[in-house]
Design a protein around this ligand. Structure first.
Ligand code: ZN
Ligand code: ZN
Length: 82
């Protein structure tokens, strides 16, 4: 089973290897923390939990700014629903 990071969409073969390396899109800043497990299942499309936009990959969802981010409009990236 593949594991994905909910911040950047990084794919890893196990939770251990995913959470053992630094995340370029960590909310605290690039490489300020480890990847975090996306707990949902693999899907054909992923929905942002703040604004409802859909993307075919977590990677593309988390790469663009969210107009309804809780920190303010375009103050953070989309986050996938699980
Ligand atoms: Zn990551
Ligand atoms: Zn969004």
């Amino acid at each position: 089973m593949n594991c994905y990071c909910k911040y950047c969409g990084h794919k890893a073969p196990s939770i251990h290897s995913l959470t053992g390396s630094l995340c370029l899109r960590h909310p605290s800043g690039p490489n300020k923390g480890k990847h975090a497990l996306y707990e949902g299942s693999e899907k054909n499309e992923y929905t942002c939990k703040f604004c409802g936009k859909t993307y075919p990959l977590i990677l593309s969802l988390t790469s663009s700014l969210c107009s309804r981010h809780p920190d303010g409009s375009n103050k953070g990236k989309h986050e996938p629903t699980s």
